[in-house]
Design a protein around this ligand. Structure first.
Ligand SMILES: Cc1cc2nc3c(=O)[nH]c(=O)nc-3n(C[C@H](O)[C@H](O)[C@H](O)COP(=O)(O)OP(=O)(O)OC[C@H]3O[C@@H](n4cnc5c(N)ncnc54)[C@H](O)[C@@H]3O)c2cc1C
Length: 507
C-alpha cells in the first residue's frame, strides 16, 4: 500500500476532534493507560458510544513503566491476596491464548540455597497454590547440575538446586495500543494530547452530578466541552486530582517502582531469575525482554510532583545492582553496564501501613457525584477492572449492557503470509501479537531493508514507518518510548540511530 493511501496524521486528528465535539457520549473515559483502554474496548463492544482522552500520549503513565509481567504475583499470594492472585493467573492464561506474540509465556527460575529463605518446601507450597489457581501444573524442582544449565551465571556457593515456574511477559505500551486499536474497530474514539481540565456538572437544582468535561488540547491549545452520561476517571496515580475538583478527600498513596535495563550480553538470562533481595527479602527479578535484560523493582513512597516524570534515584539503582551482584557475583555488574532506567508510579489506597509493600494492590471503584473513578489494580487484570467499572456505571447508561458475558479481549485474525518476507516464525508471531489484524499491512508498508531488526532489539525498521504513519505519534518520545521501545533498548536513548529514523519517519 502506498503512503498516499493513508490520511495524514494531523488530518485524522482533526477529524477525530470534530467527531468528539459533535455528539453527547454515553461514556467519556479520562486516561489513556491500560485501565482507560480496557474500559473503552469493553464499552464499545457493548454498543456504547465511548470516547477516551489522554492528556499526554497513550500509555504515557504507569502503563508503559510497569515490570511488563502478566502474572498472578507470587508476592500477593504471600500477602494472602488470594482473590487478586486467582483473577490474575486466570487472566494471564486468557491473554496468553488470545494475544500470542504480545503476551508470551515466561519461565522463572528461583535458586534454592542452603539457609536462604524461603526454603524449597515453602516455595513449592506457594507454587502449588499458584498453579492450582491457574488450573495447571507448571512447577518443577531441578537438582544443582540441571539448574545451573537453566540459570548459568548465578552464584554456586551453597546452591542445592532450584525451582522453575510459569508466568508471562508483555510489551505494556503495545498492549495498551493493541487494546485501543481493537476498541477503535468497535467504534470507540481515542485521542491523545487532550487533557481533562475541568469536570462539567448539571446545575445544583438538577442534582449537580458530573455530566461532561472541559478538555484542553496540548497540540493546538484549544479548549472543548464534551458531554457524557458517564464520566470515568481512569487516571491512575493522578486520579485524586479530578476527585478533588469534586471536593473529595485524597485517598491515594503513590508508590514508585524503578527498573534497570542491561544489555543481554552483560546479564545473559535464558529465563527470568527471581530472587529475594539480601537487604530486605523483597522479590527482585531479571528477565529477557525485547533483546535486553530488565531488572526490577523497588517499591517506595513517591513524594515527587506527579506532573514530572518519575525517575529512579541513585539509591534505588544501587539497591537493584546490589541484588544482581548477590545473585550473579561473577558478572561484577556496575552502573556502567546500565543502558537505561525507568520508573512507574502505582496508585494504592492509603491505609497508612508503615511498609509500602504491605498496602493492598486491588483496584478500587468510587462513585462520587456522578464521577466514576477506577484506579489501582494491575495491568494483567485490565479486562476484569473494565467489566467492574461498567457494572458500576450500568445504572447511568441508557440500557444495561454491563451484564453481557465477557468475551475474548482480541478477536481472531488471519495468519501472516509465510513466504517472501524473510521473517522468522518468532518475528511473524511477534508482529501478529503487536498489530493483530493490521500485521499484514505493517509488512506491506516496508521499504527495502525495513524488515531487518534494529541491532540489539527485536524491533523491525518498518515499525517506525508504520507508527509514524498510522499510530497518532505527536512527539519523538511517543515513537521512541511507546510505539517502539527503542529509547529504552538502545544506549543513549537511540540517539545514534536518529538520522536513519528520521529518514524513515519524516515523509
Ligand atoms: C513499578 C510498577 C511495576 C508494575 N508491574 C506490573 C506488572 O508487571 N504486571 C502488572 O500486571 N501490573 C504491574 N503494575 C501495575 C500496572 O502497571 C498498573 O496497574 C497499570 O499500568 C495502571 O494503569 P492505569 O491506566 O490505571 O494508569 P496509567 O497507565 O498511569 O494511566 C493513567 C493515564 O491518565 C492520564 N491522565 C492523568 N490525568 C489526566 C487528565 N486530567 N486528563 C487526561 N488524561 C490524564 C495520564 O497521563 C496517564 O497516561 C506495575 C506498577 C508499577 C508502578
Amino acid at each position: 500500500m502506498s503512503a498516499t493511501a493513508y490520511a495524514q496524521p494531523a488530518q485524522r486528528r482533526a477529524e477525530d476532534l470534530a467527531r468528539l465535539t459533535a455528539q453527547e457520549w454515553d461514556i467519556v473515559v479520562i486516561g489513556g493507560g491500560i485501565t482507560g483502554a480496557g474500559i473503552a474496548l469493553e464499552a464499545a463492544r457493548r454498543g456504547l458510544q465511548v470516547a477516551l482522552v489522554e492528556q499526554r500520549d497513550f500509555a504515557w503513565g504507569t502503563s508503559s513503566r510497569s515490570s511488563k509481567l502478566v502474572h498472578g504475583g507470587l508476592r500477593y499470594l504471600k500477602q494472602g491476596q488470594l482473590g487478586l492472585t486467582r483473577d490474575s493467573v486466570r487472566e494471564r492464561q486468557n491473554l496468553m491464548r488470545e494475544a500470542q506474540g504480545l503476551v508470551d509465556p515466561q519461565s522463572f527460575a528461583f535458586a534454592d540455597y542452603k539457609g536462604r529463605k524461603p526454603g524449597r518446601w515453602l516455595f513449592q507450597l506457594g507454587l502449588a497454590v499458584y498453579d492450582w489457581l491457574a488450573g495447571l501444573y507448571a512447577r518443577h524442582y531441578y537438582a544443582v547440575d540441571e539448574f545451573l544449565m537453566l540459570a548459568p551465571n548465578i552464584g554456586r556457593k551453597d546452591l542445592k538446586g532450584g525451582l522453575c515456574y510459569l508466568d508471562a511477559k508483555t510489551d505494556d505500551a503495545r498492549l495498551v495500543l493493541r487494546v485501543l486499536q481493537e476498541a477503535r474497530t468497535k467504534g470507540a474514539l481515542a485521542i491523545n494530547y487532550l487533557g481533562a481540565q475541568q469536570l462539567l456538572r448539571m446545575p445544583d437544582e438538577l442534582g449537580g452530578a458530573v455530566r461532561g468535561v472541559q478538555l484542553q488540547d496540548a497540540v493546538n491549545g484549544q479548549s472543548y466541552a464534551v458531554q457524557a452520561k458517564v464520566v470515568i476517571n481512569a487516571t491512575g496515580a493522578w486520579a485524586d486530582g479530578l476527585r478533588q475538583q469534586q471536593g473529595a478527600k485524597a485517598k491515594l498513596r503513590p508508590l514508585r517502582g524503578s527498573h534497570l535495563v542491561l544489555p543481554a550480553w552483560r546479564l545473559p538470562v535464558a529465563q527470568a531469575i527471581s530472587l529475594m533481595h539480601p537487604q530486605d527479602g523483597r522479590p527482585v527479578f531479571a528477565f529477557p525482554w525485547e533483546g535486553v535484560t530488565l531488572v526490577g523493582t523497588t517499591d517506595i513512597d513517591h513524594s515527587a510532583d506527579l506532573q514530572q516524570e518519575a525517575r529512579i534515584t541513585p539509591a534505588e539503582s544501587e539497591y537493584l545492582l546490589a541484588a544482581l551482584r548477590f545473585q550473579f557475583p561473577q558478572l561484577q555488574l556496575t552502573q556502567a553496564d546500565v543502558i537505561a532506567t525507568y520508573a512507574g508510579v502505582r496508585p494504592v489506597v492509603d491505609t497508612g501501613k508503615a511498609d509500602p509493600s504491605k498496602e493492598g494492590r486491588d483496584h478500587v471503584v468510587w462513585m462520587e457525584q456522578g464521577l466514576l473513578t477506577v484506579t489501582g489494580g494491575k495491568l494483567t487484570t485490565f479486562r476484569l477492572i473494565a467489566l467492574d467499572a461498567l457494572q458500576h456505571a450500568a445504572g447511568m447508561l441508557p440500557h444495561s449492557h454491563a451484564t453481557k458475558p465477557a468475551s475474548p479481549v482480541f478477536g481472531p485474525c488471519d495468519a501472516l503470509p509465510v513466504f517472501n518476507t524473510g521473517l522468522t516464525t518468532q518475528q511473524r508471531h511477534r508482529l501478529q501479537g503487536h498489530y493483530g489484524p493490521l500485521a499484514a499491512q505493517v509488512l506491506a508498508a516496508a521499504h527495502p531493508g525495513e524488515l531487518q531488526t534494529i541491532a540489539g532489539t527485536e524491533t523491525l525498521w518498518v515499525e517506525l514507518r508504520w507508527a509514524a504513519r498510522t499510530e497518532a505519534v505527536v512527539h519523538l518520545q511517543d515513537l521512541m518510548l511507546r510505539r517502539t521501545r527503542l529509547g529504552l533498548l538502545l544506549r543513549g536513548g537511540g540517539v545514534a540511530h536518529l538520522r536513519c529514523i528520521s529518514a524513515i519517519v519524516q515523509p
